[in-house]
Design a protein. Structure first.
Length: 311
C-alpha cells in the first residue's frame, strides 16, 4: 500500500513529540502537524515541577524545545498547519486547509484547553495568581487564602488537594448544589479550610502585579462582595480539541477519545494520546507515556499491514 507518510501525528504537545521520538527511532517516515507552537499547553507553563528528571523544575518553554529537538534528531518532520478533517482509510487521509496527506497510521494528539470564565482580569493574571492546574501550582499557595471556582468533580477533588497547602479556600459555585460526586461533597463540607459561596459568580479578578482580590456577585440577590485572595483556581471544565474529527472516532459525551491500553481508537491504525484522550490524569508525564505506547503500537500495526494483516 502506498502513502505519503508511515505515520502522521496531529498535535505537537508532549504526547505528540514523544510519539515522534519513538517513531523516528523505529525509522518510520513521520510527519507532525501543529497549528500553533510546539509544546502545546506545556509551552505556556511557567515552571514545570512535577516532570521527573528536573529536580529544580524546568520552564515549559525549555522542555518543549528539548522534546522538539530530540524528535528532530531522529528524523521527525514538522509542518505548521491545522488539520481540519481525518478521513479513515487505510491509508488514512489528514486534511489541512490547503492540502492533504495520506498515512498508514495516525496519532491524534490535538490536546485540550481549560475552559475559561471570560471575565476581566482572567487573561492578564494567568500565571500571576490565576491557575487552571492544582497539581502544577498548588504548592505555591502554602499558607495563603485562595479562591476556587466550579462545582464539578475537578473543582471538588482539586479543592481537597489544595487544602494541603492553603490556609483558607473560598469555593465559589454558581448554583446551590454541586455537580461533583457525593463522597467528594461530604469531604468538602467536612473541611474546616473550605468556605462555600453558593449562587455566586466571579465578576472580575483584580490586582497590581499579581492577583490581590476578586469581585463576586450573588446571582440570587445581586449583592456584590470582594474577597482578598492571592490566587484563584478555575475548574469549570476542559474542552478537548477534537471537533475537527467530526466524531469519526468513538468519544465520550464530552468529546474525549476512547482508546484501549495501546492507545488505539475504534478505527484500526488511528491512535490517540494525551489530553484529548478519555483518561484519569492529564499531565505531561502521562502524555509522554501515551506517546511512547502509541508510536510502538503504530509500528506494530504497520508491520501487520505490510504482511497483509493489520491490528
Ligand atoms: P464539569 O463536570 O463539566 O463541571 C464544571 C463545573 O464548572 C460545574 O460545576 C459547572 O457549574 C461549573 N461551570 C461551568 N461553566 C461555568 C462558568 N462559566 N461559570 C461558573 N461555573 C461554571 O467539569 P469537570 O469537573 O472538569 O469534570 C469533567 C469530567 O471529568 C466529568 O466527567 C467528571 O466527572 C470527570 N472528572 C472525574 C474526577 C473523579 O472521578 N475524581 C475528577 C475530575 C474530573 P454547573 O454545575 O452549574 O453546571
Amino acid at each position: 500500500m502506498n502513502w505519503d507518510y508511515d505515520l502522521i501525528i496531529v498535535g505537537g504537545g508532549p504526547g505528540g513529540l514523544t510519539a515522534g521520538i519513538y517513531a523516528g527511532r523505529a525509522r518510520l517516515k513521520s510527519l507532525l502537524i501543529e497549528r500553533l507552537i510546539h509544546g502545546g499547553q506545556m509551552m505556556t507553563t511557567d515552571l514545570v515541577e512535577n516532570y521527573p528528571g528536573f529536580p529544580d523544575g524546568v520552564s515549559g518553554f525549555e522542555l518543549s524545545d528539548l522534546m522538539r529537538r530530540q524528535a528532530e534528531r531522529f528524523g521527525l518532520e514538522f509542518l505548521s498547519g491545522e488539520a481540519v478533517e481525518l478521513r479513515p482509510g487505510p491509508p488514512h487521509t489528514v486534511v489541512l486547509e490547503d492540502r492533504q496527506f495520506t498515512a498508514g497510521a495516525v496519532i491524534i494528539s490535538s490536546g485540550a484547553g481549560y475552559r475559561r470564565l471570560g471575565i476581566p482580569g482572567e487573561f492578564e493574571f494567568t500565571g500571576k495568581g490565576v491557575s487552571y492546574c492544582a497539581t502544577c501550582d498548588g504548592a505555591l499557595y502554602r499558607g495563603h487564602t485562595i479562591a476556587v471556582v466550579g462545582g464539578g468533580d475537578t473543582a471538588l477533588t482539586d479543592t481537597l488537594f489544595l487544602t494541603r497547602f492553603a490556609d483558607q479556600i473560598h469555593l465559589i459555585h454558581r448554583r446551590d448544589a454541586f455537580r461533583g460526586e457525593k463522597v467528594l461533597q461530604e469531604r468538602i463540607f467536612a473541611s474546616e479550610k473550605v468556605r462555600i459561596h453558593w449562587n455566586t459568580v466571579v465578576e472580575e479578578i483584580q490586582g497590581n502585579e499579581v492577583v490581590e482580590h476578586v469581585r463576586l456577585k450573588n446571582v440570587r440577590t445581586g449583592e456584590p462582595s470582594t474577597l482578598e485572595v492571592t490566587g484563584i483556581f478555575i475548574f469549570v471544565g476542559i474542552t478537548p480539541h477534537t471537533g475537527w474529527l467530526k466524531s469519526r472516532v468513538a468519544m465520550d459525551e464530552w468529546g474525549f477519545i476512547f482508546t484501549d491500553e495501546q492507545m488505539a481508537t475504534d478505527i484500526p491504525g488511528i491512535f490517540a494520546v494525551g489530553d484529548a484522550r478519555h483518561k484519569l490524569l492529564r499531565q505531561i508525564a502521562t502524555a509522554v507515556g501515551d506517546g511512547a505506547i502509541a508510536a510502538f503500537a503504530a509500528e506494530h500495526y504497520l508491520t501487520g499491514l505490510s504482511k497483509g494483516g493489520g491490528q
